[in-house]
Design a binder for this molecule. Structure first.
Ligand code: GLN
Length: 488
């Protein structure tokens, strides 16, 4: 069973298609792995009933392999930010502790149609606000590579779960790095698609002009497969791009990178990057050149404003989005309230955690009449400059190669006392969301000293996922394949 959980989706699909294993065996291998690792890593907030999941597997086995369903019989995890019909959805918040949605998110509908088996809802930072999965009302998730370290965030439960072999892939959400950074910290592939590629219907909003769903997987090919299932126009989300998903998205080819220009943004390597990460990336760049990639230096001159711009805009949007949690419409209501106003105030004060309240207050502040021009409007203008930086850079190269995070996974508790320290780790990820571009994390090995995974990020042009995945696939071949972490 141990060998099964180490496999990629494609490997499992092959075994299922040739009837070498049954869906029940696949599901059992995941359930056993969950049994073995969950008390240590705490990747799930809600696990589905075992018998229910096994019955689903049995029914699939009975019906027989269906090649038209690309995820037939594959156990998948979902970040607890996606609504699931009749299955508790909390966003890792006390305010939604007992919320049972009446409908599935579009992403979930598509996964189910593709034959996936949903195992449960994974831990995250409350309302996806954080970089370590320590801001969860249900307690933190641990990194399976070393339990004293964070798995990254906010999709940390999803990353830890896939890395520990509890499920074969997970869907996370990325507003400012929340798929790519935990993927890097846990040694996985993590894809943030172009803004609008994947429907946000049923993805509980944090910052609507940034949020995007995407997969965390063991391999690039698996990421392409997951994207092909979840992407594409959805009339229920007006920001979802009409363009159909490329029919050849899964045709990834091996080979060299002749003719491909990779840009290295000089600002990303100037200061603040940990020596160990810098060294791994340097080595990786040399290896890229060996397979004929052309490396060019590029500039993203407004990089230093990315974090401030991102946090002002994301908090502003969050303050408005989270208005709906008022003690009336969903979930938690403070019982001790004596009148309407007290009910609002107490429900929100007791229901939301500290970080969420901090962001609602700051977001309300930057949108308030006296400060709107100085903060919100200014940040929206800088957002355009950052987008222009990328347009410029991508006219000089095909893709941009960047670190994902300044360090490998950091120790639990190390940054929780100082929110700014936590925000600073998002330096290399947020600009992509400001610009709406796609990016993919590729694991490139273990750090020399930390022995924890290091990832790099490949950034592509708007809607250029096919080429991005194809290039990532080629790059994956020059990296060492990571084993299952010791805890698993
Ligand atoms: N760490 C960032 C934040 O806290 C990004 C989170 C995310 O992408 N959801 O806002």
């Amino acid at each position: 069973m141990q060998e099964l959980v180490q496999k990629s989706i494609f490997e499992i699909k092959e075994l299922l298609a040739t009837k070498k294993i049954s869906v029940q065996e696949v599901v059992l291998s995941c359930l056993e792995q969950i049994e073995k690792t969950e008390s240590n890593i705490h990747a799930f907030i809600t696990l589905r009933d075992k018998d229910e999941v096994l019955t689903e597997a049995k029914d699939l086995d009975k019906a027989g392999y269906n090649s038209e369903k690309p995820l037939w019989g594959i156990p998948i995890g979902l970040k607890d930010v996606f609504t699931t019909k009749d299955l508790r959805t909390t966003c890792a918040s006390k305010i939604l502790e007992n919320f049972i949605p009446p409908y599935d998110a579009e992403v979930v509908v598509r996964l189910k149609q593709a034959g996936a088996i949903i195992l449960g809802k994974q831990n995250m930072d409350e309302f996806a606000m954080g970089s370590s999965t320590e801001n969860s009302a249900f307690g933190p998730t641990k990194n399976p590579w070393n339990l004293e370290y964070v798995p990254g965030g906010s999709s940390g439960g999803s990353a830890a779960s896939v890395a520990a072999g509890q499920c074969f892939a997970a869907i996370g959400s990325d507003t400012g790095g929340s798929i790519r950074q935990p993927a890097a910290f846990c040694g996985l592939v993590g894809l943030k698609p172009t803004y609008g590629r994947v429907s946000r219907f049923g993805l509980i909003a944090y910052a609507s002009s940034f949020d995007q769903a995407g997969p965390l997987t063991k391999t690039v090919q698996d990421a392409a497969l997951m994207l092909s299932v979840i992407a594409g126009a959805d009339p229920k989300d007006s920001t979802c791009i009409q363009q159909p998903v490329e029919s050849d998205l899964l045709n990834l080819t091996l080979g060299d990178l002749k003719g491909i220009k990779i840009g290295l943004p000089k600002e990303y390597f100037e200061k603040g990057l940990d020596a160990e990460v810098a060294q791994s990336i340097e080595q990786f760049v040399q290896d890229m050149q060996k397979i004929k990639a052309e490396i060019v230096e590029i500039s993203l001159p407004h990089t230093e404003y990315a974090i401030a711009t991102y946090y002002i805009l994301a908090m502003a949007e969050a303050s408005s989005n989270l208005e709906r949690f008022d003690g009336v419409k969903y979930g938690f209501r403070a019982k001790q309230a004596r009148n309407l106003e007290e009910m609002y105030v107490l429900s929100r004060s007791l229901g939301f955690g500290d970080e969420v309240q901090r962001r609602i207050m700051l977001g309300t502040y930057v949108l308030s009449a006296g400060y709107y021009d100085a903060y919100y409007k200014k940040a929206a203008q800088v957002r355009r400059l950052i987008k222009n930086d990328f347009d410029q850079a991508l006219s000089k190269c095909d893709f941009i190669l960047a670190p994902v995070s300044p360090t490998t996974a950091f120790k639990a508790g190390e940054r929780t006392q100082d929110p700014l320290q936590m925000y600073l780790v998002d330096i290399y990820t947020t600009s992509l969301n400001l610009a709406g571009l796609p990016g993919i994390t590729i694991p490139i090995g273990l750090g020399q000293n930390s022995k924890l995974p290091v990832g790099v990020q490949l950034i592509g042009n708007w809607l250029d996922e096919k080429r991005l995945l194809d290039t990532a696939f080629k790059l994956e071949q020059i990296t060492e394949k990571l084993p299952l972490p010791s805890i698993a």
